[in-house]
Design a protein around this ligand. Structure first.
Ligand SMILES: [Zn+2]
Length: 235
């Protein structure tokens, strides 16, 4: 990952492991959506020490930030908050991966329009709750349009929904993420998110959502063009 970051002349690189990849937390929290494979860490300390050990290179000024991507759900926000807040982090992202009943948001569904509408509303309510909560001191709401990956329908008023969401983010001093993976499967929706940010003066953060080295710079040039076009503030 770091070699790929250097190759792309990135000066600061943030590693944000999902909280669900920690065995300590997976034992006590039944996450509705987890990666079926991938590295598991026994504890926060194991992860923090590993990030610290990374050689950032003598000839490269690459700064490595140690952070987490923290799932928000009313079902387990206290337990997750307690786990996260026992350490200091350089960066915290917050994201919604499941609906209130634990169903994963990215699952392909064959639901009718009414149920899909309900899911979208629930998804945005959860994102709003997350932005207004102080369960962890996060900086960025990650991939706020991820729901569209599993949905076959997007609400007609999605622009208004995004504007309302970005207004809440702005009011609470949070940025929203223009996510490289979201750009891959729904660039139009990420563009609408950029429009919403420009209307509300909400700051943006650019993320590649890289799980593999090949993804380290994924779509960041597309996101940068949106930043320039809409004169967005970078967090
Ligand atoms: Zn995520």
């Amino acid at each position: 990952m770091l070699v790929a970051a250097r190759r792309n002349s990135i000066q600061e690189y943030s590693i944000t492991e999902h909280v669900s990849q920690f065995a300590e937390l997976r034992k006590s929290v039944e996450f509705g959506s987890v990666h079926s494979s991938g590295r598991m860490f026994e504890s926060r300390e194991e992860y923090i020490q590993e990030v610290k050990r990374i050689d950032s290179g003598k000839h490269s000024p690459l700064k490595v930030n140690c952070g987490l991507e923290v799932d928000f759900s009313p079902r387990f926000q206290d337990r997750v908050g307690d786990f996260v807040n026992r350490a200091r982090w350089d960066i915290l992202l917050c994201s919604i991966h499941e609906l209130a009943d634990g169903r994963g948001i990215e699952k392909r569904n064959q639901l009718g329009l009414k149920d899909q509408r309900n899911n979208w509303e629930t998804y945005f309510q959860l994102q709003t709750m997350a932005l207004e909560s102080s369960f962890v001191p996060f900086n960025v709401l990650a991939h706020p349009v991820r729901m569209s990956r599993g949905a076959t329908w997007v609400p007609d008023d999605i622009g208004e929904m995004l504007t309302a969401l970005c207004a809440v983010a702005k009011r609470n001093g949070k940025a929203v993420e223009l996510n490289g993976n979201d750009i891959d499967y729904n660039a139009g929706l990420v563009r609408l998110l950029a429009v919403a940010c420009s209307k509300t003066r909400c700051a943006v953060s650019l993320g590649s959502d890289a799980h593999y080295p090949k993804d380290v710079f994924r779509n960041l040039e597309v996101a940068m063009r949106l930043v320039d076009e809409f004169k967005l503030e970078l967090a």
